[in-house]
Design a binder for this molecule. Structure first.
Ligand code: MTE
Ligand code: MO
Length: 472
């Protein structure tokens, strides 16, 4: 094979526009994703399905990044705790650079049933820790037999379990709460959510290896109620990220809680917890601890700030002077959610021959509750149409193949993408498109934001509304 050319970082950074091409480095290669960024409707979709995020025509070549450049890059700000953070995909909308928090454009999110890892939202509270996979050990405590497991142990001693699950940040859609009244937190749009395939060992199997069983329950004083997780990411004082979930969720045969080492069929990316993270299907993002260092079975919830004094819901009447974080439970399962990913808010739609607009979006509910219906309105909520729910990735649908079987009851961990073709009202005008989802417990989204407003801007799940202009 011919030797691949080596590009300098300086050369790569010269390509940052659609005219010059948009070059990015990824896994030791340099890619031109200019076409991809342009987001031709339809074109990118099929391309993503077949090839992943990089357009085949946009692939420049596979090559090594100049090692000297990499070293130089790392040396830029040696005192900056974030200098070890990985490179990120340029289409991400950055909410905060340090720590890194970013979400993809909604249209891309709604384009693929499985969210490609590169554009999956990233929610970091701290610098990304660099973990050496060879010396890595997961410690498991609070059991008759404490464990210290290497990656090889986790991969070799426990059956590999794969789950497709949606992860959503408690602050998804916070910007809509901010529009009602200022809240504290990152100003997320509708894309702090994603759907991925996760693989790893079942937490349940690992706890059993540590001796969990009826006898162990007695040993633990009969009082163990929670499983705490500690991350390896730390602030300057050494405080690590932490959270906990109820023990019964971890132990349940139907809980599907994973110690995941893979995302979408590859090693976890650095931003998503390499080498190991917890995936708690149906449960708020905050409990899905990344860069997992320790698991502790305990009588108590995690004492971490993020379990005790954050990620809780309050009344719209509660303000920072009156809030008592002890008075509210930590968020675990999330409420029913849906949002419109296409058309974009503020879009101008030219009326085409059939005078229809295609509305697309996602819908999901926490706790394994399945979304059974999505209603869409083109007149601000006066009249409604039922959207078509796409099961799985919808791959076989065009060929008329049967849809995949529905998930077992109580284990609908993955979102559904939906779409509906709706007739546009006549004449030039402003149209308010609205969506709302219903889950199999008949939970529905509230119609407006004000009654669910809360000072941290969490649990924002009102009907989603986008305003578009229709032109002849
Ligand atoms: N785990 C660690 N160790 N550190 C973190 O900052 N953020 C949490 C959770 N796990 C976090 C973490 C939050 S609030 C969310 S929403 C999810 O990770 C985001 O996961 P993602 O970045 O893989 O999308
Ligand atoms: Mo989050």
């Amino acid at each position: 094979e011919p030797a691949l050319p080596v590009f300098s970082q300086a050369e790569v950074s010269k390509h940052g526009s659609l005219e010059a091409g948009v070059w990015v480095t990824f896994r030791g290669g340099v890619y031109d994703i200019g076409e991809f960024v342009a987001m031709h409707p339809g074109g990118t979709r099929s391309c993503w399905r077949r090839e992943g995020p990089w357009s085949p025509s946009g692939r420049l070549c596979e090559l090594e990044m100049d090692p000297e450049d990499q070293a130089r890059q790392r040396a830029v700000e040696p005192s900056d705790p974030y200098s070890g953070d990985p490179q990120r995909h340029p289409v991400l909308r950055v909410n905060s650079a340090k720590p890194f928090n970013a979400e993809p454009p909604p249209s891309l999110l709604g384009d693929s049933y499985i969210t490609p890892s590169a554009i999956f939202f990233k929610r970091n509270h701290l610098p990304v820790p660099r973990v050496d996979p060879a010396s890595y050990r997961l410690r498991v405590e609070g059991l008759p037999r404490p464990l210290s497991l290497s990656l090889a142990d986790l991969k070799g001693r426990f059956p590999k379990h794969t789950v497709t699950a949606t992860l959503q940040c408690a602050g998804n859609r916070r910007s809509e709460m901010n529009a009602v009244k200022q809240v504290k937190g990152l100003n997320w749009g509708i894309a702090a959510i994603g759907n991925a395939t996760w693989s790893g060992a079942l937490l349940r199997d690992v706890l059993r290896e540590g001796g969990w069983g009826p006898e162990a329950a007695a040993v633990a004083g009969g009082g163990a109620r929670h499983v705490q997780f500690e991350g390896l990411d730390a602030d300057a004082s050494g405080t690590t990220y932490g959270a906990s979930i109820p023990l019964n969720k971890a132990l349940s045969e139907e809980g599907d809680v994973l110690l995941a080492y893979q995302m979408n069929g590859e090693d976890l990316p650095a931003d998503h917890g390499y080498p190991l993270r917890v995936v708690v299907p149906g449960t708020v993002g905050a409990r899905n601890v990344k860069w997992l260092g320790k698991v502790i079975v305990s009588r108590e919830e995690s004492a971490s700030h993020w379990q005790q004094n954050d990620y809780k819901g309050f009344s719209p009447g509660t303000d920072w002077d009156t809030v008592d974080f002890k008075s509210a439970p930590a968020i675990q399962e999330l409420p029913v959610q849906s949002a419109i990913t296409q058309p974009a808010d503020g879009a101008v739609l030219e009326r085409d021959a059939d005078g229809e607009v295609t509305v697309r979006g996602y819908a999901w509910s926490g706790g394994g509750r399945e979304v059974v219906r999505v209603d869409v309105s083109l007149d601000g909520g006066k009249t409604w149409q039922v959207a078509r729910l796409r099961e799985g990735d919808g791959e076989g649908e065009e060929q008329g193949e049967a849809p995949p079987p529905p998930p077992p009851p109580g284990r609908a961990w993955a979102w559904k993408l939906w779409e509906v073709g709706a007739p546009l009202p006549p004449g030039e005008q402003q149209v308010e498109i609205v969506c709302k989802a219903v889950d199999n417990s008949y939970n529905m989204q509230p119609d407006s934001v004000a009654p669910i407003w809360n000072l941290r801007g969490v649990l924002s799940n009102a009907w989603h509304r986008v305003r578009v202009t229709v032109r002849e």
